[in-house]
Design a protein around this ligand. Structure first.
Ligand code: HEC
Ligand code: HEC
Length: 207
């Protein structure tokens, strides 16, 4: 299991979470905080922020990570770190954690602030000539996703995490998406498209 060096530093940070926060926090969230940040705002670019993410989406991802752990990575969402984490969670804990992170305030901070014009064009309008659907059709023009459909918010997520996910959908490493929606879209994206889109999404305000 590959653990980022700052994992250990952030364990110390977890110890300093205020008691008021700790009181409303599910017990298992203490361990999540070491990678995903206190209250789900991750400061490490490989680890996604969870604060304000759609609850239904979070639930599905945790179930998918857990499924991958129990069927020897044949199905579900495969990630050595997260599958191991999710394997220890009951259905009730998955629900509780998903509701908890969905309720948290995303932090305003974003490392990227330059709007990528190619990314913006593709995100909002797609590309008819290449049969690429507009990302905004499902993720919203503001990138905040759709709660009822469980379409995830992508606004303000870390650029590195976003580009890694688009590559994973494209290569089929991440293949648990509903009706292959993301695999289909990403199969048409070039490396340049992925960089442009990830940069555009990362600078969208996520509050
Ligand atoms: C050691 C670090 C680490 C710990 C601890 C950890 N995670 Fe993760 N988490 C990750 C990484 C890395 C990913 C991205 C995996 C990938 O690339 O698919 C991730 C992804 C996720 C995602 C998917 C987010 C998205 O936008 O699709 C969810 C949900 C999640 N983690 C929840 C949790 C919960 C809940 C806990 C505590 C029970 C937890 N994680 C503990 C590292 C960690
Ligand atoms: C038809 C609807 C649809 C379209 C169009 C679409 N998406 Fe998605 N997207 C989804 C769904 C559903 C998921 C969740 C997949 C899963 O459950 O693994 C997702 C997941 C993602 C994720 C992973 C989020 C995370 O937190 O891990 C990213 C990034 C993303 N989409 C970006 C894009 C981009 C960029 C485009 C346009 C090129 C796009 N999407 C077009 C429906 C769509």
């Amino acid at each position: 299991m590959k653990i980022h060096p700052s994992f250990y530093a952030s364990v110390l940070m977890v110890a300093s979470i205020s008691s008021a926060t700790a009181a409303s926090m599910p017990a298992k969230a203490a361990i999540c905080a070491s990678c995903h940040g206190a209250e789900g705002n991750s400061t490490i670019s490989e680890y996604p922020s969870l604060a304000g993410q759609r609850a239904l989406y979070l639930k599905r991802q945790l179930q998918a990570f857990r499924a991958a752990a129990t069927n020897d990575h044949q199905n579900g969402r495969q990630d050595p770190v997260m599958s191991a984490m999710a394997a220890t969670l009951s259905d009730a804990e998955i629900n509780e954690l998903s509701e908890y992170y969905a309720r948290q305030e995303p932090s305003a901070a974003s490392a990227v602030n330059k709007v990528n014009r190619e990314g913006k064009k593709l995100f909002l309008g797609g590309d008819l000539s290449r049969d690429i659907a507009a990302c905004a059709a499902c993720h919203g023009a503001d990138g905040k996703g759709m709660a009822a459909a469980g379409f995830p918010a992508i606004a303000g997520q870390h650029q590195d995490y976003l580009s890694a996910q688009l590559q994973a959908f494209r290569s089929g490493k991440r293949k648990d998406d509903y009706q292959g929606m993301m695999q289909d879209t990403c199969s048409k994206l070039t490396d340049d498209d992925i960089q442009a889109l990830a940069q555009y999404m990362a600078q969208l305000p996520h509050k």
